[in-house]
Design a binder for this molecule. Structure first.
Ligand code: GRG
Length: 304
């Protein structure tokens, strides 16, 4: 679904917001990353190849929209928006490796290891993960949130208790019977953790109050879970061309997904319920979180 039909009651234009945030995030990423000509050139080419391959930039948009909800400035949130996109891109490069999901196609292009080889793809992922922390140190630091808080936030979301834990459970669950509880455990960690971290970082970059941070945490958690339920649905309803990545992979790999456990209709209902809970979490913002509302609505109805 195009974001153009998402102009909501408040007159907020989501398409314009997403276009502008994508341009400013891409410009900032270009500035933060070593150029393609920096030695060793192969690694910087590989890092930039996946980073600028055309991702939807939803996590940076969530950082910027969360900052806006707390009256923050884009310039303060930008290093954190770029840091989460670097973490996300690293996770996709590694996820696509033959040792993991073994995928040839991502963001509408051949995967990193297909172009640069497995060794460089592993290193490009490692380098983007490290780069994220370097970029995060460029953030200002705020009265309520120090650099330590910011680094801890990113490290926890991407570490062995969250993002990596989700991936481990996902790998170990392949071909096995998975319960709905176990599937939720995977989705919370593999997907929701980084989306929740994005919302929280946006708030922190605006020196948000404890109440606002709690609201953003609940919003990010529920939107993150809904995001993965929709991702599972799209895997069975869309084509590879529409998704820019291989469709039908979950079924082929005998991976547990919401549609495989509860069916398509129930999955759609669950995604809508989760989005409803995300909306509820925004109540403390008293109608000022228009970008977040529009984003949650868009993510529920997305088709890629
Ligand atoms: C450390 C070896 C090693 C691997 C880590 C953590 C990890 C690998 C992989 C998990 C990453 C993963 C595939 C999570 C699923 C989240 C998800 C739905 C990703 C797709 O996000 P989109 O749709 O992608 O936002 P674009 O390309 O638009 O940014």
């Amino acid at each position: 679904m195009s974001a153009s039909r998402k102009e909501n009651k408040s007159g907020f234009n989501l398409q314009q917001f997403l276009e502008r945030s994508t341009v400013s995030v891409n410009t900032a990423l270009d500035r933060f990353l070593p150029s393609e000509k920096t030695k060793p050139v192969t690694i910087h080419k590989a890092m930039r190849y996946s980073l600028f391959a055309g991702g939807k930039r939803m996590r940076p948009a969530l950082v910027l929209a969360s900052a806006q909800a707390c009256d923050g400035r884009d310039s303060d949130a930008m290093p954190l928006a770029c840091a989460v996109e670097c973490i996300h891109t690293y996770s996709l490069i590694h996820d696509d490796l033959p040792a993991m999901d073994n995928d040839d196609f991502r963001r509408g292009k051949p995967t990193n290891h297909k172009v640069f080889g497995e060794g460089i793809a592993v290193l490009a992922g490692d380098a983007l993960l490290t780069q994220a922390f370097e970029i995060a140190t460029l953030s200002a630091g705020w009265p309520r949130y120090s650099h330590r808080d910011i680094i801890l936030e990113i490290a926890k979301a991407s570490g062995s208790l969250q993002l990596i834990a989700g991936q481990v459970a996902d790998l170990e669950g392949e071909g096995k019977k998975t319960s709905a509880i176990q599937l939720k455990y995977i989705h919370e960690r593999k997907t929701s953790a980084l989306l929740c971290c994005s919302a929280r970082l946006g708030g922190m970059s605006a020196n948000c109050s404890a109440t606002q941070l709690a609201a953003l945490t609940s919003f990010g958690y529920h939107v993150g879970l809904a995001f993965q339920v929709i991702d599972d649905i799209l895997d069975v309803t869309q084509t590879s061309e529409q998704l820019g990545k291989t469709a039908g992979k979950d079924t082929k790999a005998q991976k547990a997904t919401y549609p495989s456990i509860v069916g398509l209709e129930r999955s759609r209902k669950i995604a809508a319920e989760l989005t409803g809970k995300a909306f509820d979490a925004l109540k403390p913002f008293k109608g000022r979180a228009v970008a977040l509302e529009a984003l949650a609505n868009y993510l529920l109805k997305r088709d890629r």
